[in-house]
Design a protein around this ligand. Structure first.
Ligand SMILES: [Fe+2]
Length: 332
């Protein structure tokens, strides 16, 4: 530690001397409080706000974003913003908490992203972990993650773990749309953020494997989901991703037309996205109607229940691994 950091971290001696004199002369608690405050101490019995409460409370709201609207917004933005100007052409789905204009739920952010034919989003890495869930793209769209070429086809899930170089290419004929989900808000809270741009902007394709832990193709996941045990028309599949990304889990839930999930509540924050079908979600006091491509934010400790009008499949991500590892996961 350098000397200036040491000096900055403590009260100047004359302030400590003054505090000592003021403490000695204080004749009441009311005279003590301003001295404590100027000495950067809060009396635990005289806090401005509670530090403990009986159960989780959050200002994050249950919210729903429509793919149709976000897609139109991206199409419009693409008239004026390209991947030369923007590191990513994406729309972050924020929850209106205070001045927040980024976080979707407490620990995660979701964004819609568009890549036009012929475009590429340049290579970078960062501390936050990311996944992509592809909505619409054709054969020529792919990501490169640490040199591994990974296809991006509708329903596919791609992983870009912390510190992995990643870039996106659209060499197809149609616009590519996908949903990004990252743990950036968690990294903001804990503060270990690092970010680097690739010196060449591109990264070379070094491997083009048929299978890779970064790639969870729809063909495989839908087959696994279809054969998972069913309970009242509801099937669940948790993808094997925790060896790559430790901060959020990724799975799918399918509902036959008319089926509904058991109403649940737990301390995890969730982001869901609709792969196919339509239905309703009841989250806390809010009811919303979802359809293909939509994103749903479910804050922690809200009761939530999904009901399908048509055969449906939804992506289901949550920060459950963080809560479990810290001993904070609870249902009720
Ligand atoms: Fe990134």
């Amino acid at each position: 530690m350098n000397s200036s950091a040491t000096a900055d971290a403590s009260l100047p001696n004359d302030m400590n001397d003054q505090a000592t004199r003021d403490l000695q002369s204080a004749g009441s608690l009311d005279e003590l409080y301003p001295v404590l405050s100027s000495s950067r101490m809060t009396p635990g019995w005289h806090k401005k706000r509670a530090s403990l409460w009986h159960e989780p409370k959050t200002q994050f709201q249950p919210l729903h974003w429509r793919y149709a609207v976000s897609r139109l917004a991206l199409d419009q933005a693409a008239k004026w913003i390209g991947t030369e100007l923007a590191e990513r052409r994406n729309l972050l789905l924020f929850n209106p908490v205070g001045d927040n204009d980024y976080d979707t739920v407490r620990t995660m952010v979701a964004a819609y992203q568009l890549l036009l034919p012929g475009e590429h989003a340049r290579a970078h890495w960062h501390t936050p972990n990311a996944m992509r869930f592809i909505l619409d793209a054709d054969e020529g769209c792919y990501s490169v993650v640490n040199g591994v070429k990974v296809p991006m086809l509708p329903g596919d899930v791609l992983l870009t773990p912390a510190y992995a170089w990643h870039s996106h290419f659209n060499e197809g004929k149609s616009n590519a749309y996908w949903i990004d989900i990252l743990d950036v808000p968690l990294v903001h809270l804990i503060e270990p953020m690092f970010f680097a741009e690739h010196p060449d902007k591109y990264q070379k394709v070094e491997q083009e494997p048929a299978q890779h832990p970064f790639y969870l193709p729809a063909t495989s996941t839908l087959e696994q989901l279809a054969t998972a045990p069913a309970a009242d028309g509801v099937r669940r599949l948790t993808l094997d991703t925790l060896s790559e990304i430790k901060t959020f889990d990724i799975g799918f839930v399918s509902l036959a037309a008319g089926a509904k999930t058991v109403q649940a509540r737990n301390t995890a924050s969730r982001i869901m996205a609709v792969q196919k079908g339509s239905g309703t979600a009841r989250i806390g006091d809010v009811t919303m109607n979802w359809s293909r491509g939509d994103v749903i934010a479910i804050p922690g400790w809200k009761h939530y229940q999904l009901e399908a009008q048509t055969d449906s499949v939804l992506l289901d991500t949550s920060d459950t691994p963080v809560l479990r590892n810290l001993g904070f996961y609870r249902e009720g």
